[in-house]
Write a protein that binds this ligand. Sequence first.
Ligand SMILES: Cc1cc2nc3c(=O)[nH]c(=O)nc-3n(C[C@H](O)[C@H](O)[C@H](O)COP(=O)(O)OP(=O)(O)OC[C@H]3O[C@@H](n4cnc5c(N)ncnc54)[C@H](O)[C@@H]3O)c2cc1C
Length: 240
Amino acid sequence: MPQKTCRVELVASTPNPMAVIYAAFRQCYHAGFVGDMHTKLVDGDISEEKQAAFIKKVMESGHASPIEHVSFTFAIEGVSRALTHQLVRHRIASFSQQSQRYVDGSNFDYILPPAFAKIPEAKARFEKFLDEVGDAYQELKQILEENGRGEKAKEDARFVLPQATESKIVVTMNCRSLLNFFEHRCCTRAQWEIRDMANQMLKICRTALPCVFEDAGARCEKLKYCPEGEKFTCGRYPLP
Ligand SMILES: Cc1cc2nc3c(=O)[nH]c(=O)nc-3n(C[C@H](O)[C@H](O)[C@H](O)COP(=O)(O)OP(=O)(O)OC[C@H]3O[C@@H](n4cnc5c(N)ncnc54)[C@H](O)[C@@H]3O)c2cc1C
């Protein structure tokens, strides 16, 4: 039962993302057909600097649908079921998650909360609990198998697995949904685990498409003040 930490890998993204977004924006304001312009954009007939400046300017107006045409697909491992439950609340996304019905959980990996890691007594109690759960899972699975449940034993035995159980998930989001995701999950109001994962995703997006993600992150990054109010502010930016 090893401890795991979050790992985010970009497995796919829309090719020529800036040209796709630029063409989509331009189609809104251009009398001609951007289907004819697209190849020239990819070939660099309009400089990347010019495309980026245009995209940033139009985005500031709140016209956001063109960035929905570009998406990123991430493979993520080393996250808890507590995290994936929060993640899948983001409805404008596609998810494919490792199944606890089909994948044997006898030797499940787990996520150790940093607060437990800091206190030896808490860490020891947590790990004792995980050992007990591992034993219960295996015993229940065996009892079910001996009573004719066969392959289906796993889907019942999993009911004892904790939220700390490690999971793997593939996530696809378009740029607009990612900006919303980062606003919520890069903020210190989000839990440490999903915040760490969101920051890893943001770093990848910023490198791939700076004209869209340069100022992305918690809402304060753009506003330069904290909109979370006195009770929830982390103090990094002043309140309005
Ligand atoms: C700090 C924090 C604490 C939270 N605490 C809780 C909690 O205690 N309990 C809980 O249940 N959830 C909680 N959540 C989850 C939260 O309420 C959202 O469900 C989650 O963050 C997904 O955000 P979203 O709806 O913006 O994203 P998405 O589902 O990806 O939606 C993106 C955007 O599309 C629009 N949209 C999508 N669906 C609809 C719709 N049906 N109607 C209208 N507009 C829509 C909205 O503009 C939305 O912002 C918490 C989230 C955070 C960040």
